[in-house]
Structures are given as structure tokens and as C-alpha cells.
Design a binder for this molecule. Structure first.
Ligand SMILES: Cc1cc2nc3c(=O)[nH]c(=O)nc-3n(C[C@H](O)[C@H](O)[C@H](O)COP(=O)(O)O)c2cc1C
Length: 194
């Protein structure tokens, strides 16, 4: 296997982070990889907000967890997502849906046909670049719901994000705490050769 492919296959969602912050050079390289992602028609409309404010990330992470279980019994959503790096669906005692990550990104794009595609391109570039540089990452959904709350709206205004932009996803970045997680086996039969 080519070493790059091997690297891609050893990226895993990381949810246990050391408190130490990313150094600026590493963060800058990771963000450059995100900016070089393709965009529909080369629109380059996306914005990546980088938040390293502990209090803000905790509040947004708590809202993200709340949105996951809103109106549901957490036990009914129980999953076996990761034993090594448990998610909020594996362990209900985790109250921060951002898992204490020291750096949290929010990707905003222009609403429309390709909004989610553009954001996902950036997200994957960022997660792979992070992994190549020894930084753990995790993709987090429900971002639109989090930023539709009063606190979320207040923050995006404070950050100067244009009102017409759509918050698509959060990405957590930080150095992994604990051993490298085991790879999750991939299901068979997902490639259809015709
Ligand atoms: C669209 C999307 C939403 C996700 N949302 C969450 C989330 O809210 N919380 C979380 O802990 N992980 C989330 N993940 C990470 C997945 O749980 C993880 O990628 C999956 O379990 C596969 O594990 P791996 O990334 O280690 O291969 C999300 C991933 C994707 C692609």
C-alpha cells in the first residue's frame, strides 16, 4: 500500500484530547490544506472560524450534545461508536459534545445546491492534514441547529460571519490523549464494479 493511502486509512475520530494547544505553524498548515479543497465552480465562498476560547467551545459543545438528544431518551440512541474514543452516544456522562478539544473549527458556506459538498471537501482535507501532522480530529454535525440558538447567533455575529452564511459542520482539533484507537473495520460490498 502506498504510504499516503496507509496514512488515510489510519485517520480515526479522536474524542479524548490533551489540554495542550496546537502550535501556530501546525494550525496554519492544517488550515491551508482546508483552503485548497475544491469548491463548486471555484466559488471559494466558505469561511472557517477558528475558536480557541475554552469557555465558548464548552458552551457550543454542550449545545451540540443537547441537540443530539433533544426530545429523546439518550439510551434509545445508544451506539457502539468507539470503545477507544467514546462518543456522547457511547458514554452519556460526557457532557461536552466537543470533548474538550482545544481548537474548534466551524465551517460556513453559501447556502444552496453545493453548500454541504463544499464544506465536506474542506473538512476532509483538514482532518487528513491534521492526521499527517500528528493532530487528532473529529467531525461534528448538528452545527446548523447549534448556531440557530440564541448563543450560537450571538457568537456568529461577534465573529463577523455574514448573516447569509450556513454553518455546516464543526471540526475538533487537538493532540490525542491515550493510545491510537483501533481501526474500525469497513463493511464489505460497498464498492459496486460495473
Ligand atoms: C456527518 C458526520 C457527522 C458526525 N457527527 C459526529 C458527532 O456529532 N459526534 C461525534 O463524536 N462524532 C461524529 N462523527 C464522527 C463519526 O462518528 C466517525 O467518523 C465514525 O464513527 C467513523 O469512525 P472513524 O472516523 O474513526 O473512521 C461524525 C462524522 C460525520 C461524517
Amino acid at each position: 500500500m502506498h504510504e499516503l493511502i496507509e496514512k488515510i486509512c489510519t485517520r480515526h475520530a479522536i474524542r479524548r484530547f490533551q489540554p495542550r494547544q496546537l502550535d501556530e505553524g501546525t494550525l496554519s498548515e492544517i488550515l491551508t490544506a482546508g483552503l485548497y479543497a475544491p469548491s463548486a465552480g471555484n466559488n471559494q465562498y466558505s469561511r472557517i472560524v477558528v475558536c480557541q476560547d475554552k469557555e465558548v467551545n464548552l458552551k457550543l459543545g454542550q449545545l451540540s450534545r443537547y441537540m443530539m438528544f433533544k426530545g429523546k431518551d439518550p439510551a434509545s440512541t445508544a451506539h457502539s461508536i468507539s470503545a477507544d474514543q467514546p462518543s456522547i452516544q457511547d458514554d452519556f456522562t460526557i457532557l461536552d459534545g466537543f470533548y474538550g478539544a482545544p481548537t474548534v473549527l466551524t465551517i460556513f458556506t453559501r447556502p444552496g445546491q453545493y453548500a454541504h459538498d463544499d464544506a465536506a471537501m474542506i473538512a476532509e482535507n483538514i482532518m487528513l492534514a491534521a492526521h499527517f501532522l500528528g493532530v487528532g480530529s473529529c467531525y461534528i454535525g448538528r452545527t446548523e441547529e447549534v448556531f440557530a440558538t440564541g448563543y450560537g447567533m450571538e457568537k456568529r455575529k461577534e465573529w463577523g460571519v455574514p448573516d447569509d452564511m450556513l454553518p455546516v459542520c464543526n471540526l475538533l482539533l487537538g493532540y490525542r490523549d491515550g493510545p491510537e484507537p483501533h481501526a474500525k473495520p469497513r463493511k464489505e460490498g460497498r464498492v459496486i464494479r460495473v
